[in-house]
Write a protein that binds this ligand. Structure first.
Ligand code: ADP
Ligand code: ZN
Length: 595
């Protein structure tokens, strides 16, 4: 059996090895067992049911609530020479007959269905006449009220167990805490399912956080490294989405805005243009997300800080669904933090609800300003603890230098104390830098001993130091009094020099973002060949009316440009080229490489 699995992996998908734990899962369901798979987006869940479908006699049903994703998978499979079909409310009636014929004759190996369709009694009666070997339920967390995406239709899927008593059930999701995992197994009536839990770590996403000064300029700099890539810029307000999009357009970039205030038609159009690679950049509020199934999103930028880590993780998770290298850039400012705090103040929840929201916001802010491994920050939030750095976040790639900051901390504390713990961060910096503002003079702050004591340090650096002190608990913030800075139980020891503290210097984003021309494999790419292959790919995609990544992923073209294969055998060595792709495109590629 093992041999067959590897053969199909190579000949159909063009891959040499399984990722952990794909092989165990596949073997398990082929033995007729049920299983629950929790694997991050881009981790490779689909192969866990696609290969069983290909190596067994029966039909595999795949349930998914995301129509665009189903369509995408079906096109991809067809390109790989696999007979797959989908049934959902948008499939025209005249196509149904052909689909049914292929199902009856056993030609179709995989059938994707929306939950509504598979719940319909008529469909169930029909499907039970076919030999259904495996039922895969994607986005399985939708069955649970504990998750964010509860869908009532999902709870009815439990009935499938009685309609298909002999089939194996495979539930898959990218997000489920322990309570949700239990819920999925119970609600779907899984029989002694083995649980396959992978780490939440998204290894293909490099994570950065930047101070938000001049964020538009910083974003422009980042985008210059992504001129041909697709990405999302998340903003907190509708106004910001429009402002950022128009600014990017003025810079000659291809961006559009998207928010819930636009009419449905405009929203749909923008989404479709993005999905089909006609526009590269969407500046959006969080309204843009549900149902975004574009696999080749290379960057997600947060123009402002999201309200909590769940939202952040979900939003950056839209990058790199295809498993290729992607980046996430977070811009966070003290102003964002205070604004989000005010949102919670003004929200309707009770005190307990608000307390939890404040805590979540604090964790988000700590994440944004930490000088330690950011991935570990995400993982620990979701209950996964480890100490080794990830190697794909800004702090791991470019560890900030931490120096003794005791003297500077004392200056700041002294200023806060002498001004009566009555001023916010900006005014504290004004005092430290000896500002001539009227407010400072009127309130007599120019008379205190610390006035001007920190002139040698620029505003941005001061702000960065003070925020680190807040995070370390050396400075407090009184949110009930205009967020003025206050004393904490730790302050005295630092001021008296009994406790030393280290502060990290601010690293501007231009220094952090290393230009990386090639993907994970560190291969040397022949740029002109790569460019020509891309032009050729676009042409193929247009002819077939599919997005370019369906023809080949970037990583495949990169490997071709590096290896420069000269015959079919060499082409088959390329990761991502199997028999069907070779048959369709092999001659073209060899010709282009030859030229
Ligand atoms: P998920 O459904 O978990 O988000 P996918 O199943 O779409 O992820 O897989 C993400 C990407 O990883 C796809 O492009 C897929 O072809 C690729 N992939 C999956 N398994 C392997 C493997 N064993 N070797 C190489 N690439 C793989
Ligand atoms: Zn790291």
């Amino acid at each position: 059996m093992k041999e067959t699995l590897y053969k199909v992996l190579k000949s159909t998908f063009g891959y040499d090895t399984f990722r952990h734990p794909q092989e165990e899962i596949i073997t398990d369901v082929l033995e007729g067992n049920d299983a629950l798979v929790i694997m991050p987006t881009g981790g490779g869940k689909s192969i866990c049911y696609q290969i069983p479908a290909l190596v067994s006699d029966g039909l595999t049903l795949v349930v998914s609530p995301l129509i665009a994703l189903m369509n995408d998978q079906v096109i991809n499979l067809q390109e790989l020479g696999v007979n797959a079909a989908t049934i959902h409310s948008n499939v025209p009636q005249d196509q149904m007959q052909q689909i049914e014929e292929n199902l009856n004759s056993g030609k179709t190996k995989l059938l994707y269905l929306s939950p509504e369709k598979i719940n319909s009694e008529l469909t169930q009666r029909y499907l039970s006449t076919l030999n259904v070997g495996l039922i895969a339920i994607d986005e399985a967390h939708c069955v649970s009220v504990w998750g964010n995406d509860f869908r009532p239709e999902y709870t009815q899927l439990a009935k499938l167990r009685t309609v298909f008593p002999d089939s194996s059930f495979l539930a898959l999701t990218a997000t489920a805490d322990t309570a949700t995992q239990e819920d999925i197994c119970n609600q779907l009536n899984l029989k002694n399912p083995k649980k396959y839990l992978s780490s939440f770590e998204r290894k293909n996403i490099t994570t950065y956080s930047h101070s938000a000064q001049k964020r538009l300029d910083q974003i422009a700099h980042i985008l210059r490294e992504h001129t041909e890539d697709a990405g999302i810029i998340y903003c907190l307000s509708r106004k910001d989405t429009e402002k950022v999009a128009s600014k990017l357009n003025m810079m000659g970039l291809n961006a559009k805005h998207y928010h819930a205030g636009m009419d449905a038609e405009d929203r749909y159009r923008v989404q479709r243009e993005f999905q089909s690679d006609e526009i590269n950049i969407i500046c959006a509020t969080v309204a843009f997300g549900m149902g975004i199934d574009k696999p080749n999103i290379r960057f997600v930028i947060h123009y402002s800080m999201p309200k909590n880590m769940e939202a952040y993780y979900q939003e950056i998770g839209r990058a790199g669904r295809d498993g290729e290298d992607s980046v996430a850039h977070l811009f966070a400012s003290w102003g964002d933090f205070l604004m989000l705090k005010r949102f919670i103040d003004g929200s309707e929840g009770n005190q307990e609800f608000k307390r939890i929201q404040y805590e979540k916001l604090e964790r988000m802010w700590e994440f944004a300003s930490t000088t330690d491994c950011r991935t570990n920050g995400i993982l620990s939030y979701f209950g996964e603890y480890r100490t080794d750095g990830c190697g794909h976040c800004d702090n791991c790639l470019n560890p900030p230098e931490k120096k003794d900051g005791s003297i500077n901390a004392q200056k700041a504390l002294s200023a806060i104390y002498r001004c009566g713990q009555s001023i916010g961060i900006e005014t504290v910096i004004d005092v430290l830098r000896g500002s001539y503002k009227a407010e400072i003079r009127n309130r007599g702050f120019d008379q205190i001993k610390t006035y001007g004591a920190g002139r040698d340090i620029d505003r941005l650096t001061w702000k960065n130091y003070i925020i680190q002190m807040i995070n370390k608990g050396i400075i407090g913030v009184d949110y009930t009094k205009g967020s003025c800075l206050t004393w904490t139980p730790l302050s005295t020891a630092v001021l008296k020099g009994e406790k030393k503290i280290k502060l990290a210097d601010f690293v501007p984003s231009e220094k952090k973002v290393k230009v990386k021309k090639v993907s994970s494999s560190n291969i040397i790419v022949d740029d002109s060949l790569f460019g020509r292959l891309k032009v050729w790919r676009l042409e193929q995609a247009r002819q077939k009316s599919v997005p370019p990544y369906v023809i080949f992923k970037n990583s495949v073209l990169e490997e071709i440009s590096s290896v420069k294969p000269t015959n079919d055998m060499e082409l088959l060595q390329i990761n991502g080229i199997g028999d069907a792709k070779l048959r369709q495109y092999g001659a073209d590629i060899l010709r282009i490489v030859g030229e």
